[in-house]
Write a protein that binds this ligand. Structure first.
Ligand code: NAP
Length: 493
């Protein structure tokens, strides 16, 4: 069940929201505390789906400020005019009992909304809700980290073993996956934002996205869950690419965003639900110690961007390295070539390691020389010594390398006019920029003018994501679809 919360704030706007969300909603929730002077009869008539009437008081996180008696009258009126469900707070006490005594019409949702995630006691909250005779029990709290989805898992497991219809939601950006995964975790329903309207609660996803992008209403207990782990995640492109690929190849799988603050807690409580994940800044190195194994590439680089579950074991690998080198090698084979890598962060490390592994020699330059020297030393410990050296950009003439790689963030939006190297170094080289947003950076523009062959970071992004998809599903992804989605996302900025 996808319940679209209708928030108004006028009857007119509420009617528009109902019309626009109708094809995505299984139920509508009329937020009578958010719609001013609601014309209830019109609204309920307009909902072609069953209706939940909610008039949330300020003491439970809503906006209704009137007397309790009035609030209950509003809900009774909604029931008389055809609302199939009313939502009442556990704390409403006698008022809730009044509705429960009416029997099955309207059906009652008894809910508990916590205002903080501190000290959540799921057994206690569950027991209090379970003790009511409500048709459906509902629990919501604001999450400050993705690992707190554990409370949703715990609550819904209890409800399942008691055969209770239950809804549990971790609110806010950190809990969004709990809204997508409601069926996987055994929830009866999830709440969605109306199309073109205010979300009733933080983290609500529009119903069109829940259905279209995540196929949330089709997930089952057997659905395999993937996602991206990092922080911040912003506009994760992986969510759009992997979900589209999974849908196209009819995989019973979904890909969510997991913005994580406490990696140890996430790996302990939520990772057991995952079949795999992409790992991004700042966890590519830190995740290694939580894995059962890592392949030689990930170990050599010291960073993991992909985790896959094999039975009970989590295995790490790194597709950034091959993603970059495969992109470069479509233009020039690197064996026997000299590559200048500007940058000494995670991307530089992966590209340097894989370049040497494929037979190139590497010069590493970086704004912070100390960091570049440290990277050279670390790569030496992997017996790559003769092929990795330090360089200072200012000392170079251009005769020292054939391929130039930008592995810094210089040139990324919003600083699109910056380039990490002077133009004189670019003449007739092969130039690869790991930056993919914008897809054609200032460095690449300068390189074209200097007669160089260029490769966009977009190619690396597509390669590493394609390799991930193969690892997740065993299927070859549709590259054209991936390119179309990424191009749309990058140009839409
Ligand atoms: P990182 O570990 O944070 O490293 C950042 C690097 O950029 C460091 O070498 C840093 O130099 C340098 N840098 C930052 N600002 C600079 C400035 N103003 N002037 C000179 N150097 C500067 O980041 P990362 O993960 O390696 O990522 C680097 C870039 O690669 C990012 O743009 C990222 O989007 C891109 N990337 C692309 C893909 C892809 O699929 N295309 C995949 C991964 C990464 P200091 O050491 O002096 O701070």
């Amino acid at each position: 069940m996808i319940i679209v919360s209708v928030t108004g704030p006028t009857t007119r706007r509420a009617l528009d929201q109902i019309a626009e969300s109708s094809r995505f909603a299984d139920l509508f929730e009329l937020r009578l505390d958010l719609i001013s002077h609601p014309d209830m009869a019109r609204l309920i008539r307009a909902t072609t789906k069953p209706c939940v009437a909610t008039c949330r008081p300020v003491w439970e996180g809503g906006e209704f400020r009137g007397p309790e008696r009035k609030r209950i009258e509003i809900l009774k009126e909604a029931a008389v005019k055809g609302a199939r469900y009313v939502d009442l707070e556990l704390e409403a006490g006698a008022a809730a009992d009044e509705f429960l005594r009416l029997g099955n019409r309207p059906k009652v949702i008894i809910s508990r909304h916590l205002s903080s995630c501190r000290g959540i006691n799921v057994p206690h909250v569950y027991a209090a809700l379970h003790a009511t005779r409500a048709e459906i029990i509902k629990f919501a709290f604001p999450a400050t980290d993705s690992y707190q989805i554990r409370h949703v898992i715990d609550f819904l497991e209890r409800a399942r073993s008691d055969r209770r219809k239950a809804i549990a939601i971790a609110m806010g950006e950190y809990g969004q996956a709990s809204r997508v995964l409601y069926r996987k975790l055994g929830g009866w329903a999830t709440y969605a934002a109306p199309e073109n309207g205010r979300a009733a609660a933080s983290g609500q996803i529009p119903a069109s996205e829940l259905k279209g992008l995540y196929r949330a209403d089709r997930l089952t207990g057997r659905t395999r869950v993937f996602g991206v782990v990092g922080n911040p995640l912003g506009q994760s492109k992986g969510v759009y690419i992997h979900n589209a690929l999974m849908k196209l190849s009819s995989q019973d799988a979904v890909y969510c965003k997991f913005p994580v603050c406490n990696l140890a807690a996430f790996m302990r409580y939520v990772a057991p639900v995952l079949s795999g994940c992409s790992v991004t800044i700042p966890y590519k190195e830190k995740i290694l110690k939580y894995l059962d194994e890592a392949d030689s590439i990930a170990r050599g680089i010291g960073a993991v961007n992909t985790v896959v579950r094999r039975g009970r074991r989590l295995k790490g690998t790194n597709t950034d390295a091959a993603g970059a080198l495969d992109a470069i090698e479509r233009v020039m084979k690197v064996r026997g070539k000299r590559i200048l890598i500007v940058g000494a962060g995670g991307a530089a490390r992966a590209i340097a390691y894989e370049s040497v592994r494929r037979g190139a020699s590497v010069l590493i330059a970086n704004r912070t020389a100390l960091r570049a020297r440290k990277l050279v030393r670390e790569l030496h410990t992997h017996a790559l010594d003769s092929n990795v050296r330090y360089a200072a950009v200012g000392d170079l003439t251009g005769n020292e390398f054939e391929i130039l790689v930008n592995a810094t963030s210089v040139g990324m939006i919003p600083h699109v006019h910056l380039s990490p190297v002077p133009k004189v170094l670019l003449t007739e080289k092969v130039v690869f920029d790991a930056v993919y947003n914008p897809p054609v950076t200032q460095l690449l523009k300068d390189a074209v003018r200097a007669g160089a062959q260029i490769i966009s970071g977009k190619e690396m992004y597509l390669n590493q994501a394609a390799l991930q998809f193969e690892l997740y599903t065993g299927k070859v992804p549709d590259r054209r679809l991936m390119r179309r989605i990424l191009t749309r996302m990058l140009t839409s900025h």
